[in-house]
Design a protein around this ligand. Sequence first.
Ligand code: FAD
Length: 338
Amino acid sequence: METVLLLALTEPDGSLGRPALEALAAAKALGGELIVGLAGAETQAAANQIAGCGAARFLAVTGEAFAEGRYSTDAAAAEALCRAAGAPLVIAPSTSRWARALPGVAYRLGGRVDTHLTGIAMSGDGPMVTRWFYRQRMEATLTRAGRPWVMLLDAGCIPAWSGEAGSAAVERLAVEIPLTRTTVTGFQAPQAGEQTIRPDAKLLFVAGAGWTKKQADGATHVPEAESLILGFLRGAKASLGGSKSLVDLSGEGEAVLRFMTHLNQIGQTGATPRHPKGLSTCCHGEEPHVVGWRFVTERRAINLDANCGWARGKADVLYVADAFEVMRHVNRMLEAQG
Ligand SMILES: Cc1cc2nc3c(=O)[nH]c(=O)nc-3n(C[C@H](O)[C@H](O)[C@H](O)COP(=O)(O)OP(=O)(O)OC[C@H]3O[C@@H](n4cnc5c(N)ncnc54)[C@H](O)[C@@H]3O)c2cc1C
């Protein structure tokens, strides 16, 4: 079995996040010799965190220059780790930083890269990977003869590695810091208010355009919609998704939910998040939207229309009801639970 290099960037607190631990589990499952390659401002704590993973070597590129996400420094660190490890197989979590830097690294190494993988397993004497094409409409499995083969694993697809921490002997690599044009001065969050996108949440709450439409009394009730949705998100610690119609409204100068941006959009031209459960409200459930629910395991919807898209086999449960009324009641129950 071929040697596998796991590439991981450390978090600001020096630890490894869940996507890195999932990629580690995938790397271990292949059964070959394992080398861990870490990059970040601090790497010893991360190596200690996974000391019990059975890696033959822990390599690290360490320093402030590698703390921030920047193509040139991330790619330089990854290239140095790949060259030092000399592994034919390289597995990394598909974080925004690695997804940006590793295709270029694969090119520099004369290798191949596959992104957005949802599974990596052994088939014969090499790995076989799974990924979706055409915005999650077709699933394919593929193998490759080219090496090194860089594989980026999407988060949430396999259980994270868990095991003993300890004390790992880290081999530090000296990397010449490349000339950088980009200076990270801080972060600007797209939401004006609180964070509503929570990839780790157990529940995805989707709001559709219906929340901003005229209701039975002939009037719109956008402020109440806002408070019901935010109240539910806080109470249930859910993540917020939106339909395209709803997130597009802001561009048309219509009454909008102020915390909703295009980043919340679920669907063919939006995101395809992974949550165990989903609750759709005031959203019709058209195919371009529902295709973004591909990886949501249990789906429920609330719609006034018994003939909405969800009724056609797209939801496990459809409540034919007024979402305002239902969510008022649900929020009261959540408040009572404290
Ligand atoms: C190429 C292409 C790509 C697309 N990509 C996406 C995508 O990525 N994501 C996406 O979402 N869409 C996408 N769309 C658009 C998609 O086809 C739909 O137009 C969109 O999802 C509709 O949004 P909606 O259900 O929120 O709004 P509407 O269709 O307006 O539905 C609103 C719903 O709210 C219900 N409602 C109103 N009031 C209440 C109430 N009080 N209680 C309960 N229910 C109520 C109504 O019965 C209605 O069903 C795409 C379309 C195309 C052509």
